[in-house]
Design a protein around this ligand. Sequence first.
Ligand code: ARG
Length: 585
Amino acid sequence: MTSTVELLKIKFNQALVAAFGEDFATTDPMVVEATNPKFGDYQCNVAMSLTKPLKSNPRAIATQIINHLSLDEICEPPEIAGPGFINLRLKIDYLQTQLQKMLGDERLNIPQVNPPQRMIVDFSSPNIAKEMHVGHLRSTIIGDCIARILEFQGHDVLRLNHVGDWGTQFGMLITYLKEVYPDALTTANALDLGDLVEFYRQAKVRFDQDETFKETARQEVVKLQAGAEDSRRAWQLLCEQSRREFQLIYDDLDIQLTERGESFYNQFLPQIVEELEKIGLLVEDQGAKCVFLEGFTNKEGEPLPLIVQKTDGGYNYATTDLAALRHRIETEKATRIIYVTDAGQSNHFMQVWQVAKRAGWIPENVELVHVPFGVVKGEDGKKLKTRSGETVRLRELLDEAVNYAKTDLETRLKAEERTETEAFIDQVAKVVGLSAVKYADLSQNRTSDYIFSFDKMLSLQGNTAPYLLYAYVRIQGISRKGNIDWQQLGTDIKIVLEAEVECVLAKHLLQLQDVLEEVAHDLFPNRLCQYLFELSQKFNQFYEQCSVVKAEEPQRTSRLALCDLTARTLKLGLSLLGIPVVERM
Ligand code: ARG
């Protein structure tokens, strides 16, 4: 189905052509949601922008557009307001028909894109032997949501986990473990991630203090990169250890990822340097091979280098990203590549892309997007720390969220004098706790820092996961109490909209498609959260003002259908945020 805005845009373009000629076939008709519902549902602002080319005044232009407009099936007669806005109000009949179409369609009448695009979302990407921290949690949650929305639209999405599984940290770690715990390098499961992270920390201290250690560690990296068998084995064991720990978190959060870490691209690195050399972009600077960047300068105003090969022959994070980029374009055939990392890496990506573009590796039809996000802060406004001042381990953070949710739930059950089984309580606490963490993150504008507060994210009031889950549960309650089987309502229901609140809800229900298109384009999941939050509010207003189960026919069935559509929209929308619903809570 073409969404309402799309349909209006098409109609306006036709009117522009009919009124002013073919030249206006591609003019953006500037149809947007009305700024104030008093004036209608949508407005067209194009008349004001055409005064110059048409040498006329906007009200006259608006009148001409309206004279050539055929919106009879969609809108009431358009009205001109102010300098030349064209206000549009949707017809009740149109709303009713559209809702009926939604009812009979599993995808709520949202079509798949045609043709689909091959896309890559690079997200999560923690580092082996290092703790997965809240920054990686943000990347995981936001990246997963973006991938889900693009997949729902029908795109062919590859979800890549670009884990940091290569480089100097392994030389350091292997050298240190050889000294203190050699078993860890030959036996599976000798360590858990907590130990590994602690060993890594100690190894780093040695590395920074002890020159001999440093040298041995360097040689160890060279050995590993040359493929020495014992080094490879040790490296594999360390990676598996981390991987297992990461997987526990992905399982909890229901995250699908294909791991393709930095090591995968190792084989392509020499070629990257060679080609840059051939193209003539490479410069040797104090033994390092680099490309001088355009638009990035040091304090003295001199161009900054992007080092692709260090003096000791080693490669950098950026070299790997250059190789990854080529692989994604040439082998994976991706035409949209999305990187989800903290805002601190913006420059890194700008620099890598610049070099790749200058090298001619990025075809015209390929879009590269960085999706940056801000820092997670504690309630004191500082970087999130545990009570004892250490960096927060992800596992503990998630466990704490579930515990909080459990305590909340138990308090509520007591107050409502309900008894539920332990299994029910655990299940609901887990969904609510983890969903609250996800939603708190997704509902913020991702570019700003966000304050992590269990109390806020678990509140049943406001723009939170529990509020939305509860709206869904409430609707399921209607069907339970009224003994209503949504499926049995059938699909040839006649929707009749009477009350103002019903129309408001109906219009909102019809906007999901536009919202998803917006998020797929701009990659701001908070827009979808806002939509779902407003949907719940509008539903609650409707439910307060209109009787449903006790209404007379045909209102009764029609209103039940509105309840069902709201529940299905909530369920779909939440699933795209990576949040499952519960039937009771
Ligand atoms: N491992 C990196 C980090 O923890 C993130 C990798 C992001 N993806 C990429 N292609 N560079 O900061």
